[in-house]
Design a protein around this ligand. Structure first.
Ligand code: PHE
Length: 358
């Protein structure tokens, strides 16, 4: 019996992995294991023999079970130890820098402009980028034969052979939103409409898609004087410095009278400085909304009047942030944006002045 004990304890202690240990367990204590067979022989013994062999075998069985458990635990510990040694992580290694995104300057400027006009009571309106030629042209007093249609380098959507309806266009300006929002809410109204517009044109100062912001104020007695005040108030808040404007007589089919508006600036070392000097830079078209436009939108021109303007967002973003080439906005490589440190919360307001946007 003591030989039996010594030999099994030795085999348990010598098992070098869990699979071998399991084989040892089956060979000793399994159904046909050596120790189990010995216990079965108890029945053939005399009562006297059984009295000593029984408890001894039971004790042996318990001891072997305990030894198996202990060996199993120490093999698991050793395996873990081995893994920890081979798979170590160096927690002292400094992390790779995570690239933080920045907001696109067009988005930021759109937010800035919207916040300034919101302070003056203008709500935001939007319209579709694929327009009918009614909204893009006819309703804005640009009839079919008008040269403005050709001048605007319009992208036309193609129609199926035999479909003779007038084509849809990619809107060439945000002015159609004037009509849509007057139709929806009538007069009086005060809205701005920021959004994408499209013209077939591409060079340093033109991209086929660009951004405009339309303004529209209609009431019983709105005048050009209100337009001038609103624009100067806007530019002063936007550029963070007093900006004078110059109105030049112009022509748009949808306004009468019409004016192109310049802002005061100077050029120093090839860089534009807004709000100083005696140079002028054109930034928008504007005028008093033409009675035909009001009528097309279902508003009575004998009762209501007001101004409209359309401004290039890309242009004023370039001016504020000193970006020289319009195409930079739409390049796929936007690493240059980091130079300008755009953040989403730099919001100037009319009455609070610039809040850290410079
Ligand atoms: N829609 C004109 C353009 O794109 C700008 C404009 C808007 C002019 C409103 C007058 C009034 O050039």
């Amino acid at each position: 019996m003591s030989d039996l004990r010594a030999s099994w304890l030795e085999r348990i202690g010598g098992a070098s992995d869990e699979a071998t240990l399991e084989e040892v367990r089956v060979a000793a204590l399994g159904k046909k294991g050596e120790v189990s067979l010995k216990m079965r022989e108890l029945g053939k013994m005399t009562p006297e023999e059984r009295q000593t062999a029984g408890p001894a075998l039971n004790a042996l069985k318990d001891e072997l079970n305990a030894a198996l458990g202990a060996r199993k635990a120490s093999l698991a510990d050793a395996a873990l130890e081995e893994r920890l040694k081979s798979e170590w992580l160096d927690m002292s290694l400094s992390p790779r820098p995570v690239r933080a995104g920045t907001i696109h300057p067009i988005s930021q400027v759109t937010e800035e402009v919207t916040a300034i006009f919101a302070d003056m009571g203008f709500a935001v309106a939007e319209g579709p980028q694929i327009e009918t030629d009614w909204y893009n042209f006819d309703a804005l007093n640009i009839p079919g034969h008008h040269p403005a249609r050709a001048e605007m380098d319009t992208f036309y959507m193609s129609r199926k052979e035999g479909d003779n309806r007038p084509p849809h266009v990619l809107r060439t300006h945000t002015s159609p939103v004037q009509i849509r929002s007057l139709e929806a809410s009538g007069a009086p109204t005060r809205i701005i409409c920021p959004g994408r517009v499209y013209r077939a044109d591409y060079d340093q100062t033109h991209t086929p898609m660009f951004h405009q912001i339309e303004g529209l104020a209609i009431d019983s007695d709105i005048s050009m004087a209100n337009l001038k005040w609103v624009l100067e108030e806007f530019f002063t808040a936007y550029f963070g410095t007093k900006v004078n404007t110059r109105f030049r007589a112009s022509h748009f089919p949808f306004t009468e009278p019409s004016a192109e508006v310049d802002i005061q600036c100077s050029w120093v070392d090839g860089q534009v400085r807004v709000g100083e000097g005696d140079g002028w830079l054109e930034v928008l078209g504007s005028g008093m909304v033409h009675p035909n436009v009001l009528r097309a939108a279902g508003v009575d021109p004998d009762e209501w009047q007001g101004f409209a303007f359309g401004m290039g967002i890309d242009r004023i973003a370039m001016l504020k942030y000193g970006i020289p080439d319009l195409r930079a906005f739409f390049d796929s490589d936007l690493r240059w944006l980091r130079n300008y440190g755009f953040a989403s919360l730099d919001m100037p307001t009319v009455h609070g002045g610039m809040s850290g946007a410079a």
